[in-house]
Design a protein around this ligand. Structure first.
Ligand code: GLY
Length: 565
């Protein structure tokens, strides 16, 4: 393994650093699961990306600067989910008290249509919504970065520099990344006609250097030309050429027209805590507010962590929130969603009326409520010394998205079209079903589950949290928050504790393999079908401890790593 003083030149050129930035060594680095910091902290899915964010804080940047640099670095060092070719959401609570929610979710191309994934016999062809060129929505990530920039302090050139260096000079891949690339080689070869950095004849192994020259060139165009460096000019031409090769739908006009949107954040109280999270087109904020509202009046803390009573109540809240998700939620620019009603105390009380603490509920009997008027993602959390907190979840949808690399531009395109309801009642790759509210339409944003969240205590940032995991995102955030706020678990334990998940349909309780058998037996006796599965989520949390320090924790389930100073 080699040692390269990667960012020395950039660091020396920087004008406003608060402290000498810690150099990034792309060939010798360690996963740090937990860091306690006094000035600022970043936690993300990859140590090098967390370090890129840390450098920005040390250079005098704020939490938004760190979040942007971390996202850009993830696009290089975590190609399965970090991205330029996908989309995401940023939620922040800024030091001046402003809550911020930036929506840079992908949009359906203008040539998309309601039945584009239905074949001649009327069957849904989810292969087309999940793999290859037709699966991609118009990417939003780069627009999101430029919509976040007014809240940052450093220049885009400073923020993108670590990503460019990591792409151009390469970095040592982790064992997890090597395994993941090896497992996807066949699909990469099938779906791509142009050479790219990810396909090679001999298997990848831990410590191999991944160099991404095409991606470095794309990042440089963004550095020089701003958002036009992606949505226009050479990068746009390369995307259009890729679409033509694979019969995809994204056009030059779609790219030029794409815009990120600031939206009013979801904000609600859970007991004395104010929770700030993502509004539609993410279902995450609405569903989290519903679930927390449904459990709030019950004595969860007294029942105890992973007690049968607490788990059952949470499962029943999850069932009801996901039934409503399927029925009512979609892009608010296209469908009228009765959010106020769905989240009102009276509605949530009514929803829990048929909750029976001694017996499993049933998704046949409990559908959506009645009102009168829809896994590969990655999350990062940042807090700084100024009082800014930023929570960002971005996604390509599945691992490596559509598996299509834009020829000559070096980045994967998303397969986010599968987050639409391709046909009412037909499950997507996460088993989620939907209706008209989340049907495909030109220019529409597909419903998401991403739930970047901030908890405020006495109006100051207390917890920043979020996770990938498709449909399990909302229930993972729900459990992680309750693990801290109700069950008083230490931060690392709150993140690492085995998780469970219910999403209305299918009517089963998914649990992680390492879940304790005792409460599961209790649930089975009540009539629940419990199914063991692999890891749920990769949650990144920063929490302010009793001494006012930042406790940054990366999930045990991946290469997730914390950095701070
Ligand atoms: N692609 C996963 C989500 O947005 O929910």
């Amino acid at each position: 393994m080699r040692t390269i003083p990667v960012l020395l030149a950039i660091i020396l050129a920087s004008t406003a650093y608060a402290q000498q930035p810690t150099a990034i060594n792309a060939f010798h680095y360690q996963v740090k699961k937990s860091v306690t910091a006094s000035h600022g902290a970043v936690v993300s899915a990859h140590p090098l990306a967390s370090q890129a964010g840390l450098q920005m804080l040390q250079q005098g940047g704020n939490a938004v600067d760190a979040a942007i640099a971390t996202q850009l670095a993830l696009a290089v060092v975590y190609p399965a989910a970090g991205n330029l070719g996908g989309g995401g959401f940023l939620v922040a609570h800024l030091k001046d008290g402003k809550d911020l929610a930036i929506d840079y979710r992908e949009k359906a191309p203008s040539a998309a249509s309601r039945n584009m994934y239905i074949d001649a016999s009327g069957n849904a062809n989810t292969k087309l919504s999940q793999d290859g060129h037709l699966a991609s929505g118009v990417p939003g990530t780069v627009a999101g970065i430029f919509a976040s920039l007014p809240y940052a302090k450093l220049t885009i050139q400073q923020l993108i520099a670590p990503a460019i260096t990591l792409a151009e000079k390469g970095f040592a891949i982790t064992e997890r990344e090597a395994n993941s690339l090896n497992a996807t080689q066949e699909q990469f070869s099938k779906l791509n006609t142009q050479a790219n950095a990810f396909v090679r004849k001999r298997p990848w192994k831990a410590g191999d250097t991944l160099v991404q020259k095409d991606l470095a060139a794309t990042l440089k165009r963004i550095s020089t030309n701003g958002r036009a460096g992606f949505y226009e000019g050479e990068t746009a031409a390369l995307i259009i050429a890729e679409m033509k090769r694979g019969k995809g739908l994204i056009t030059e006009a779609d790219l030029k027209a794409y815009e990120a949107k600031e939206r009013p954040a979801v904000s609600f109280f859970y007991k004395d805590y104010r929770i700030v999270t993502m509004p539609l087109p993410s279902s995450g904020g609405v569903a989290l507010q519903q679930m927390m509202g449904m459990v709030e009046k019950y004595p969860l803390a007294a029942w105890g962590f992973h007690s049968v009573s607490a788990m059952q109540l949470m499962i029943e809240a999850e069932r009801r929130a996901y039934a409503d998700r399927a029925q009512f939620l979609g892009d608010p620019d296209f469908v009228k969603v009765p959010v106020k009603q769905l989240t009102s105390a009276a509605y949530l009380r009514e929803r829990m009326k048929d909750y029976n603490p001694r017996q499993a509920g049933s998704s046949k009997l409990t559908g959506a409520g009645t009102v009168y008027e829809s896994d590969e993602t990655t999350h990062l959390s940042v807090m700084d010394t100024e009082g800014n907190a930023v929570s960002v979840t971005t996604t390509l949808n599945g691992g490596y998205g559509s598996k299509v690399v834009v020829g000559g531009a070096g980045f994967f395109l998303n397969n986010e079209m599968d987050d639409f309801s391709v046909k009412p009642g037909v499950p997507n790759m996460y088993g989620l079903v939907g209706t008209e509210a989340n049907a495909v339409a030109p220019g529409k944003r597909m419903l998401s589950s991403m739930t970047p969240t901030i908890v405020l205590k006495k109006d100051k940032p207390y917890i920043v949290a979020g996770t990938p995991g498709g449909s399990t995102i909302i229930t993972s955030v729900f459990q992680t928050l309750l693990n801290i706020l109700e069950f008083n678990l230490p931060t690392q334990q709150a993140v690492d504790a085995p998780k469970f998940h219910h999403q209305w349909l299918p009517d089963v309780v998914d649990v992680e393999e390492d879940f304790d058998e005792t409460p599961l037996q209790g649930l089975r006796q009540m009539g629940y079908k419990v199914i063991s599965r692999g890891a749920i989520g990769r949650t990144e949390v920063i929490k302010v401890n009793g001494k006012g320090q930042l406790e940054a924790v990366g999930d045990k389930r991946g290469d997730d790593s914390a950095a701070g100073y």
